[in-house]
Structures are given as C-alpha cells and as structure tokens.
Ligand binder design. Structure first.
Ligand code: UD1
Ligand code: MG
Length: 477
C-alpha cells in the first residue's frame, strides 16, 4: 500500500504526538500504548505514516516515553524514527515545539498526526498532502483535516468566517455555546509548511481554560499573518476518531473488526455464522468457503486456507492453517502451522512453532509444544508432546507424555514412522523411538527404542524383536 509522493515535491516529514498521559483512560499505561487489533495505537499511526515514504517520522514522547519508544521501534527502524522528548506535557503546541531543533529550518512539508487517532488511512493522508501542496497553485501554510460529527463533544471546533474560509479552531472547553453547536471538528491531523509552523508557534500563548499551549492556535496565527490556511474536509468520521477513553477504545475495536469481517465475507467468500461475536484481526487472511463459528478469535498475522471449519471458542494467533482443516471447539493455537486436511480438537493446545503435516490429527486434551507431528500421524486423546519430532503414520496412544524437562534443560524426543505408542507411555527425553516400534501401555521409556521393537514395563525393557518374530511366524507357516 506504499503510496509515494512525487519526487519533485518538497520533502515530507511526519510528526506524531505521543507524549500525553491520556488521563481519561484511567490507566497506568500511556494512552497510545493501549492496543487496537493487538497492536498499540501509536504503532497503527506509525505504520500508516511510513507508507507515505517520508524522510523521517518524529515521535514526540514523554509519559512512559521509553515504553512508547520501544513499541514504535517494532514498527519503524532507527533510520526512519527520531524520538523527541517533551519534558512536561504543556499541550499539543508545546509537544510540536519540542521538535524545534530538528525541524524549524527545514524546507519540508510537515504532516502532524496524533498518536491517539489510529484508524487514519494512508490514502486519506496522501490526498491531504496533495491538497496542501497544490493549494492555489503554490501550496498552503497549513491544511487541516476536518470532519462533521453529529455529536462533536470534546473536539476542537472549526470556525469559518462568513465567506466559509477558515477563521480559527476553538477547543471545547473554550468554546461559546454558539461555537459548541458547530459540527465541523478538527481531527488533530494537519499539514504545515514546516518553517512557517515553527515561526507561528513562537507566538502561541497558554491563556486558555486549560493553561496549555495549543497547536490549534497556530492556524489562526498563520491566517492573521496573511498566510493561506486550507481545510480538507473528509467524509469518513470514523477514520479520524480520537481515542480518549476506554469506551471509545472498545467502539473502535468493534468498528475495525466489523470492517475486516465484512471485507472477508464480501471480497474473500468467508462465512461467519455470527459476525457480531467473532473477532478477526485486520492482519489475518482467510480463504474461500471457510466457515467461522461464533466466538472465534483470530489474531495477528494468521493465514487460513480455503474450505476450513473453525468451531466456537477457538483462538488462533500468528499461525498458518492450510486447506480443508477442521478445528473443533475451544482450541488455542499459537505460532504454529497446520497443513492441509488436518483435524484439531476439541480442547487442543498447539504452541511454540508446532507443525502438523498433512492429514495429521490431534484430538481432545492434547498439547503440542514445538513439535512436528508427521503426515497422517495421530495423537487423539489426553497427551503432551513437547520438543518432539514424530514421523509419518504413527499413533500416539491416550495419555502419552514426553517428559522433556529435567528441571534445568529441555530435551528432544524423536519418534519414527509407523510407531505405535501405547496408552499412558512416559517417554523420558532425550529419547529416540525407532520406526515400526511399539510401546506397551503404561511403559516408562528411558532408553532409545530400536526399530521394530516392542518395549514394555517401567522402566521399559526390550522384550522381543517384532520383525524377527514375524519372520519366524511366517517360516513356521
Ligand atoms: C486535540 C485537539 C482538538 C482535536 C482533537 C482531535 C488541541 C489543543 N486539541 O484535542 O482540537 O479536535 O485533538 O482528536 O490540540 N500530546 C502530547 N503532549 C501534550 C499534549 C498532548 O504529546 O502535551 C499528544 C497526546 O499524546 C495525543 C495528542 O497529542 O496523542 C492529542 O492530545 P489530546 O490530549 O488527546 O488532545 P485532545 O483533547 O483530544
Ligand atoms: Mg485526543
């Protein structure tokens, strides 16, 4: 979705405001670190900013600044990100001013974004920048992204003069009753001519009801100085909703999820039995004719192929699921891979880079951790397989445990092809069970099992060689 702005244009820099505490969240976490779709709000903003191919993204940090920095660096590399500390949070104008030493003499367009407006789309920003630069053939000093809201409570109102030109922004707390009736609001997203912004910012005062330095005073100052301030009116109000409390956070989460599910139904041909009670990440991809039952959660970069069934109560995170896979109720699948035509659950737990090869089967109350279950192999009941590699067409009996942890280290279990592990077998790792071997019910296997052997007992001892026995049988016959 990279949408580059032509090279002939001036340079684009982005400034993200993310230093505020967000008192209305009533949280010990900085507001911009609260997550939407599993990622901090500020990361959504930074990813969108990066898609505009800017020279740099300046992030103003303050409250929990180190935590915010860490989160942002998951999204931006150090070449693109520049962190600017705002020592005391004296308002959005002061926040921008914190970047003065980096930007005041730059011949660039500065796109200002709010860390708490996470749904803004790259297409919208690109056309905002374009309008700003093309304004009356020479570009504006400032362009403000505005929307009309039925309920504009809490937002800064955009006051226009009699001819409909921009006059000023007035904050909710400073607005007269007449101004409060204005439905057009400031989204907190703007483009500035960088030099002109910093020149005007020097004159911003804090003589308002909150005693803060408002960035929103800059456009009126620019206008008073004879500069052009342009308004970019956007129709999708949801896209620029700011998040200031947990109600708004959960509303936003729902809107995003609804949008993702609708797209999957209409564009990808995925069925949802109860879309309102299903939670699908925007980062997930689901194939055609897959059916998702109520109360399923799909998180992170999960890929699900065509024709799968995912039953209720299942959560899948950062995993790859092939075609024709059936996942029954109440499974938890994390960082794992399930190949075509596998069956999982109910009540199964797959994690830690587990891989199920084609047509493998995992049944109820089975946990697989960092385990490969080979093609056509089965672990149907009540089993823990950790740090194990299991070959093809092997059957793991009910109650089997790989005892992979000796209290200090984790050890591997290797089980070959066509093995039959009897019910309640304990495999004391590190251990190898050869192809064609069988363990008796209740065996405690402490030594490697040779190919084609039957072991039984606790600790299990080799009782006989199955192949030799078979050969003897056939000789006798
Ligand atoms: C701001 C705008 C308002 C607009 C609204 C849109 C001002 C004065 N008001 O109000 O016109 O309608 O956004 O969502 O700008 N921040 C800092 N340092 C500070 C203060 C804030 O970095 O000292 C950051 C916050 O972390 C946040 C962003 O700036 O990401 C906006 O601050 P917030 O307090 O949410 O402003 P609003 O009251 O929403
Ligand atoms: Mg806000």
């Amino acid at each position: 979705m990279e949408q580059e702005i032509s090279n002939e244009q001036p340079i684009l820099d982005v400034l993200v405001l993310a230093a505020g505490l967000g008192t209305r969240m009533r949280s010990n976490l900085a507001k911009v670190l609260h997550k939407i779709d599993g990622r901090p709000m500020v990361n959504h903003v930074c990813r969108t900013a990066l898609a505009l191919a800017p020279r740099k993204v300046y992030v103003v940090i303050g409250h929990h600044g180190e935590d915010v920095k860490k989160a942002v660096l998951e999204e931006l590399d150090t070449e693109h990100a520049e962190f600017v500390w705002q020592k005391a949070q004296l308002g959005t104008g002061d926040a921008v001013n914190a970047a003065r030493e980096f930007l005041e003499n730059e011949d660039s367009t500065l796109l200002v974004l709010s860390g708490d407006v996470p749904m803004i789309r790259v297409e919208t920003l690109a056309s905002l920048v374009q309008q700003h630069r093309n304004h009356r053939g020479k570009g504006a000093a400032c362009t403000i992204l505005t929307v009309k809201l039925d309920d504009p409570t809490g937002y800064g109102r955009v006051v226009r003069d009699d001819s409909g030109f921009f006059q000023k922004i007035v904050e909710q707390k400073d607005a007269t009753n007449e101004e409060k009736n204005i439905k057009e609001i400031n989204s907190g997203i703007y483009c500035f001519d960088t030099k002109k912004l910093f020149a005007a910012l020097s004159s911003v005062q804090n003589n308002n009801s909150q005693g803060e330095y408002y960035l929103t005073d800059v456009p009126a100052l620019l206008r008073a100085a004879g500069e052009d301030v342009s308004l970019y009116h956007h129709t999708d109000a949801r896209e620029v909703s700011g998040i200031n409390n947990r109600m708004e956070l959960s509303d936003m989460e729902r809107v995003l999820c609804r949008r993702t599910i609708s797209k999957m139904m209409l564009d990808y041909g995925v069925s949802f039995i109860d879309p309102k009670n299903t939670y699908i990440s925007e980062q997930a991809n689901i194939g055609r004719d897959t059916v998702i039952y109520p109360n399923v959660t799909i998180e992170g970069e999960t890929l699900i192929g065509d024709g799968c069934t995912i039953r209720s109560g299942t959560r899948i995170t950062n995993s790859h699921i092939g075609r024709g896979v059936e996942i029954l109720d109440n499974c938890v699948i994390t960082d794992s891979e399930i190949s075509n035509d596998c069956t999982v659950g109910p009540f199964a737990h797959l994690r830690g880079k587990t891989k199920m090869e084609e047509k493998a089967k995992v049944g109820n109350f089975v946990e697989l951790k960092k385990t490969i279950l080979g093609r056509g192999s089965k672990a149907n009941h009540l089993t823990y397989l950790g740090d194990a590699a299991i070959g093809e067409k092997t059957n793991i009996g009910a109650g089997t445990i790989t005892c992979n942890y000796d209290g200090v280290n984790k050890h591997a279990t290797n089980i070959g092809n066509n093995v039959r592990i009897g019910s309640d077998t304990m495999l004391i790792a590190p251990i190898k069970v050869g192809d064609g071997a069988v363990t008796g019910a209740g065996s405690v296997v402490t030594k490697d099992v040779p190919n084609d052997s039957l072991v039984v007992g606790a600790p299990a001892k080799v009782k006989r060689n199955l192949k030799e026995e078979e050969e003897t049988k056939s000789v006798k016959a």
